[in-house]
Design a protein around this ligand. Structure first.
Ligand code: ZN
Length: 250
């Protein structure tokens, strides 16, 4: 028997009365477990074995993997179910983690995801902002931290006219240095100083302070655009959960 705390990222029904779940843990990465007889579960075990459950799982090891014997719910984010857009965003964030964290230290990533789901449940600000913060910071945590300290040509920290961010390279070039006009088009985004400042904050701030800032609607829209482009450029794949989330937006 082995007890481990984690968050259910994904579930897959695998038969009449069997489902698999991927659990994100702090110390063991993502582990796959089997939940037998899930249709007949009641009470605390039922509550603790749903998508978005954060629980202590007692596992038995068998030849074919781990089976959940019992589970004690520690926290849940079921409130996401009250709003389809928020729910779909939660599914997408969990999907990103399950796809991208293999072989990574997951301690910080688990905290990032729990904090994001928590604030998403409260629903104070726009989904677009939470999504952008999460995408950007997740990339930082899995080894794709962009270099936003200074222009990669001249080393300047600021440029009143803005800086270009290159999602494929993950660096910035100030408008004075950038001479790629007319050359082969490489995707890039012109970041006004307020947007660059916010992206630096999301990149370098402590996790506890990650959501503690305010931005205008305009800055939020730009962040959303740049974060998604950076995620797609760096991970080089598509996400059906992202397409679904976007299909729900007005
Ligand atoms: Zn420069």
């Amino acid at each position: 028997m082995w007890t481990i705390r984690g968050l259910i990222l994904k579930e897959r029904v695998a038969g009449e009365n069997l489902k698999f779940a991927d659990i994100l843990t702090a110390d063991e990465g993502v582990i796959e477990v089997k939940i037998k007889g899930y249709k007949k579960l009641t009470g605390s075990l039922l509550a603790a074995t749903q998508l978005f459950s954060y629980a202590d799982f007692s596992l038995a090891q068998t030849r074919s993997g781990y089976i959940v014997n019992s589970a004690q719910l520690q926290a849940s984010f079921f409130d996401l179910g009250q709003d389809l857009v928020r729910f779909a965003l939660g599914v997408y964030l969990c999907d990103l983690v399950s796809v991208l964290v293999k072989g990574r230290d997951t301690r910080q990533i688990l905290r990032l995801l729990l904090n994001t789901l928590h604030i998403l449940c409260k629903g104070v600000r726009s989904c677009a902002l939470y999504k952008a913060i999460f995408e950007w910071r997740l990339l930082c945590e899995i080894g794709n931290m962009p270099d936003l300290v200074a222009c990669s040509c001249c080393g300047c920290y600021e440029n009143e006219q803005g800086m270009y961010f290159y999602p494929i390279d993950g660096h910035i070039i100030c408008k004075t240095c950038d001479r790629s006009e007319g050359e082969e088009k490489r995707p890039r985004f012109l970041l006004q100083p307020s947007v660059l400042y916010t992206l630096r904050y999301i990149t370098y701030s402590e996790l506890e302070k990650l959501f503690r800032f305010q931005v205008s609607q305009e800055v939020c829209s730009r962040l959303a655009e740049v974060a998604e482009a950076y995620l797609l450029a760096q991970t080089e794949r598509n996400y059906t959960s992202l397409s679904y989330y976007k299909s729900l937006l007005p």
